[in-house]
Design a protein around this ligand. Sequence first.
Ligand SMILES: Cc1cc2nc3c(=O)[nH]c(=O)nc-3n(C[C@H](O)[C@H](O)[C@H](O)COP(=O)(O)OP(=O)(O)OC[C@H]3O[C@@H](n4cnc5c(N)ncnc54)[C@H](O)[C@@H]3O)c2cc1C
Length: 247
Amino acid sequence: MTSSWKVADVVAVHEETSNARTLRLRVPKLMGHLPGQHVDVRLTAPDGYQAVRSYSVASALPSDELEITVEELPDGEVSPYLVHGVSVGDQLEVRGPVGGWFVWHADDASPTQLIAGGSGVVPLMSMIRAHAVSASVAPFRLLYSVRNPDGVFYRGELASLAMPGGATPLEITYVYTRAVPDGWPTPPGRLDADLLARSVLPAAENPAFFICGATGFVETVSDWLVQAGHDPDRIKTERYGGIGGAS
Ligand SMILES: Cc1cc2nc3c(=O)[nH]c(=O)nc-3n(C[C@H](O)[C@H](O)[C@H](O)COP(=O)(O)OP(=O)(O)OC[C@H]3O[C@@H](n4cnc5c(N)ncnc54)[C@H](O)[C@@H]3O)c2cc1C
């Protein structure tokens, strides 16, 4: 972890969905990061006004580059600029990577349950990518709550990593809260305690949990897991802010 601000170059941009974009940043002397960590991004207006926001690292690149994926909050101060205003060749101030708690270590062979609400999938994607790169044998399961199929981040890559017989064990369960894909067996609906209990790794396997999303989602899901008999000491959470519930 480092606390000094560095000037990062935007070296690539990629539209993830209609309102989210992945930015690849080259950060001097970054020397990698741990899956689950985030960086702080600082913007400075011409009049000197500054705004700082945190963004999880999405990539698992052992280099001086990292990727963040930003979802636009329409009334937000920073995210609309990062999603629509930044181009390749621009520079951003970055601090980090930050965080040592919400981190997956590649030598941890525990069964691992990842639970994402919306853009909370970003740090979990870093863990999934690191899991694949390290050829980890830890069983990985992702429960991804998202509004509709077009809102899924990393859709193609997730599908390919979760192919049966793939190099590393990954299962994915999608919960669509507002619209489902054609032919989906159930109507859209919010995650609830029953669906959660049916979808996650069983308590008997003592899985490690990583939950990320809006604050309300994370707190609700954590409570349900504890009520279902999961060990609170195995549950790690990252709260993005906002008040969103379990959707
Ligand atoms: C550790 C950490 C990692 C994060 N990683 C990511 C990431 O990978 N990708 C990403 O898109 N965002 C991430 N966030 C959220 C991000 O830091 C900003 O809060 C978000 O981009 C909104 O900033 P803004 O300036 O556009 O909105 P603001 O101007 O700060 O807020 C606008 C309005 O939206 C509300 N709001 C703020 N945050 C949220 C939220 N998360 N959900 C719902 N409403 C909200 C505010 O209460 C306010 O009413 C992360 C947050 C944390 C703490």
